[in-house]
Design a protein around this ligand. Structure first.
Ligand code: ADP
Length: 612
């Protein structure tokens, strides 16, 4: 057997030695070894690992081990910059070529690549197919490509990028080169599309486990979203938090509200100019901002590994989106909270947005049907009931063994029991009947609350028997109940611009007392600490940890790199637990390699020594 060709000449110990030397990690994560071996073997592969699964390491290790130059195709300049910073901080010889560089930087990069010492070249797809680059690949006999965020090639993915389509030429131009495709997108259709578009030959398909045990999932009925969001942010002082909203205007008003309460927050959406977006993203990366309030547009470019909380101020439009967005939390492996404030009103809001989007599509009915189906799936996920980790794993076609995940609102027993709400439901439904089934949610709620308004008088609804019938219930709670009834199909809300409430068959069963109604009670916002959280803080000197974080920020400013490039939170927590004071001790910290020991060891150890 040809050892060189099989990759067996690189035993695991050699791989680990390299990983330890550059990155300071002692172990490989699931499937990293298999993916690295495929890279060493020049075998095409499709590697599907969840966000934070450690995909980058898989394509960074092979060229180091065999001393060759590989190419990584990346969709965003910001991603390339961050990755290059991180690689250089580890002493890894890499270069990037993108349109955001000065001509001098580009020349430097090019001559470094030409010298043969560069192990990894990060490029944008459009740059890859230029004559200069194709020529370089030929001259340097480059034979391995890694395609990061490979789902961008697929129409079915959530981040389709037309320029990725050009990558189809790779196999034509370089038939004996291998391609490693990496993605976190789990759907079968996208995976197949990637294989076809990139023309992968007999690829090793490596699909990781999609469960993220360090993420704590919580679903909370939405009442007063501003207060609720603020309460969650208060649980994460000085920590990185992302809040997702449905619309651009929602992001702006929520960010303004948080700022007015002293939170270092900013908004982010696709309607902003590119440089404004970039500035906001940089400020978040550099820890000048703690909270980003964003639409789905805030995504791929975020490499900050210490995001401790992802809040959904409203339901996202699919479980895929939810998984992708929550995936940005806790990439450093430490505990992180993912909380979704759900209201059945979100389903209706999405439906009307999706109808508008579908209008522009050629196959309108088909597009609408598919997106409504995705919406129903996330709606079912939001209903109280099953363990969130289990539900997510099963959605992505994987089995979940744990009986109690100890990391979701259901298993932590935080959600409280469903309450019988038959009498409240009857009051609401009879009010819908009294107003002639001709009014919307707002008005029905006003009648039940006994609102003293001109409009009420003009339609003489203050004379109805249901007027003020539920005035002791808070308006927000009441509105939420009405939405819950709609959500359970116990009441119909018509489509169109002015939706009204109508009674249906099920409403009559409730009114006649033939059917009970269960409602989710309003929450107190109390949360429990998970076992994972307690464990990861065990023995950690909290003051020292905070002070090491400040030192890291200062080091990062001096070097103009994002702080997480210097050390992850996980590494700092371990330092604050073990207080290393010698070189070998410092090197044994998870995430400290030779280069980081020599660059930062002395100063961090002096800081630890000085901290009593
Ligand atoms: P992905 O691209 O899959 O989202 P990354 O490659 O950005 O994930 O890795 C996520 C984090 O995990 C990074 O901070 C990285 O340094 C870290 N990481 C990767 N591999 C390992 C490992 N074997 N042990 C510990 N940490 C790792």
């Amino acid at each position: 057997m040809d050892l060189k060709a099989s990759g067996q000449e690189h035993p695991l110990s050699r791989i680990l030695e390299t990983v330890r030397l550059y990155w300071g990690f002692d172990r490989l994560r699931p499937l990293q070894e298999e993916a690295i071996r495929a890279g060493l073997d020049h075998r095409d592969s499709l590697v599907v690992l969840p966000t934070g699964g450690g995909k980058s390491l898989c394509y960074q290790v092979p060229p180091l081990l065999v001393e060759r130059t590989d190419i990584v195709i990346s969709p965003l300049i910001s991603l390339m910059k961050d990755q290059l910073d991180a690689l250089q901080a580890c002493g890894y010889p890499a270069a990037a070529l993108h349109s955001g560089m000065t001509s001098q930087q580009r020349r430097q990069g090019e001559s470094f690549i030409a010298s043969g010492k560069c192990r990894l070249v990060l490029v944008a797809p459009e740059r890859l197919v230029t004559p200069w680059f194709l020529n370089l690949i030929q001259r340097r006999s480059i034979r391995a490509f890694a395609v990061d965020e490979a789902h961008c090639i697929s129409h079915w993915g959530h981040d389709f990028r037309p320029e990725y389509r050009q990558l189809a030429v790779l196999k034509e131009c370089f038939p004996d080169a291998s391609i490693q495709a990496y993605t976190a997108t789990a759907t079968q259709r996208v995976r197949q599309d990637i294989i076809e578009q990139l023309r992968l030959k007999d690829p090793a398909v490596l699909v990781g486990c999609f469960d993220r045990p360090n993420l704590i999932y919580r679903l909370v009925p939405r009442q007063d979203v501003r207060t609720q969001v603020r309460q969650v942010i208060d649980r994460h002082p000085n920590q990185a938090v992302i809040v997702y909203c449905i619309s651009r205007s929602d992001t702006q008003s929520l960010a303004a509200h948080l700022q007015s309460r002293g939170v270092r927050a900013a908004y982010y959406h696709a309607g902003m100019k590119a440089d404004e977006r970039r500035k906001t993203q940089d400020a978040f990366s550099n820890e000048q901002l703690d909270v980003i309030v964003a639409t789905v547009a805030f995504g791929m470019g975020i490499d900050r590994s210490d995001v401790r909380c992802v809040i959904h101020a409203a339901m996202p439009k699919s479980i895929e989106h939810y998984q992708q967005e929550t995936g940005r939390a806790g990439r450093d492996g430490l505990e992180a909270e993912c909380i979704l404030f759900y209201s059945p009103a979100d389903v209706l809001r999405w439906k009307s947005l999706l109808e508008k989007t579908a209008e522009q599509a050629r196959n309108r009915q088909e597009v609408l049907k598919a997106s409504v189906e995705l919406l129903q799936q996330i709606r079912r996920y939001c209903a109280p009931g099953r363990c969130r980790h289990k539900a997510l794993s099963e959605y992505f076609g994987q089995t979940y063994q744990d009986v109690n995940c100890n990391a979701c609102d259901i298993c932590l027993n935080e959600c409280g029991e469903l309450e019988e709400g038959t009498v409240s439901a009857q009051m609401i439904l009879s009010c819908v009947g009294r107003v002639g089934q001709r009014f919307g949610i707002g008005h029905v709620v006003d009648v039940l609350c006994g609102a003293d308004t001109e409009r009420m008088k003009s339609v003489r609804h203050h004379e109805l028997s249901t007027y003020g019938l539920m005035k002791t219930t808070a308006k927000k709670v009441l509105t939420n109940m009405v939405y819950q009834l709609v959500d359970q199909d116990l009441l119909t809300r018509t489509n169109g611009e002015y939706p009204v409430l109508r009674l249906n068959k099920a409403s009559w069963q409730v009114l006649r007392g033939q059917r009970k109604v269960w409602l989710v009670p309003p929450k107190t916002g109390k949360v429990k600490k998970t076992a994972h959280e307690k464990e990861s803080w065990e023995g950690v000197d909290g003051d020292l940890f905070e002070s090491l974080r400040r030192l890291r920020t200062q080091m990062a400013r001096e070097r103009s790199v994002p702080p997480y490039v210097i050390f992850s939170d996980a590494a700092l927590r371990e330092m604050a637990r073990r207080r290393p004071l010698t070189g070998p001790g410092f090197l044994s910290i998870h995430g400290v390699g030779e280069k980081k020991l020599s660059d930062f060891g002395d100063i961090f150890m002096a800081h630890i020594r000085a901290h009593e």
